[in-house]
Design a binder for this molecule. Sequence first.
Ligand code: SF4
Ligand code: SF4
Ligand code: SF4
Length: 283
Amino acid sequence: MNNEAKKTKISERRKFFTLLAQNAGLGVMGGLLWSGYANKAKASVPTLRPPAALPEDDFLKVCIKCGLCSEACFNRPQNRDKETGKQRPATIKMAKAEDRATIGTPFFVPTDVPCYMCDDIPCVPVCPTEALDITKVTNKNGVLDPKMMDMGLAVVDQNSCIAFWGIQCDACYRACPLMDEAIKLKYDKNERTGKHAFLKPIVYKDACTGCGMCEKACVTEKPAIFVLPRELALGKPGDHYVKGWDKKDQMRIKNREDKDLTTHDKRSNKKPVDYLNQGLEGF
Ligand code: SF4
Ligand code: SF4
Ligand code: SF4
């Protein structure tokens, strides 16, 4: 092979390896981009976090994915099977690629294992970064209080809940650790039959902790009661609607007096409260 032919061959080989490296680079980049995209897509899926977790955005910034909360949940004394002495599955799992949560973060799925609202809440104090904020579950006397947990809010799908059809079922009500506080049965007359009664489960947002015991216990094929993160489960009426019968709510609007609620376009210079009271003069 003469020198010219050798040079051409070396140049071709360089081109080949450069292309190979570029493709490999693109592959790695593609992998990174894809995993970033996948995590972003997963972040938009409703995810239930351990008790006392910070709001989702802050939680994702602060949690270092160490798994100590999950370990504490798995190793809690109450989690041992009384007959075999063996550990049962933990409530809190660390998300793997196939799970519907950002990879490596702690989450739980009530239909697999709900939260048992342990008295000593062992999963929270072990968190080294305060992604699980112990102050959120500590009462005025400095005692850990499972009633202060706020993992989510149970929502009833009245179309699928058979109690709303008039069939007797109180599975969720009986499973709730805060029976008659977080969930109550409301008696209603069944106009269709004229003689039977409805006993409808109603969830109270200020008491429900989002533990998911009700979701786990629900008898329908797909649970008719299920827990959602609070920001997804709750609407927001807006500051201009006030409960006239609720002193706390009236304080809320009183505190807003300091804020400028005037509309600055040409349509109205009145404050919302003036607009709402229009025509009420003299009452
Ligand atoms: S409080 Fe719930 S999440 Fe925490 S250790 Fe107990 S069962 Fe697990
Ligand atoms: S213990 Fe705290 S930092 Fe560690 S995985 Fe659990 S929430 Fe994240
Ligand atoms: S999630 Fe269900 S079981 Fe748990 S407190 Fe709320 S209503 Fe009760």
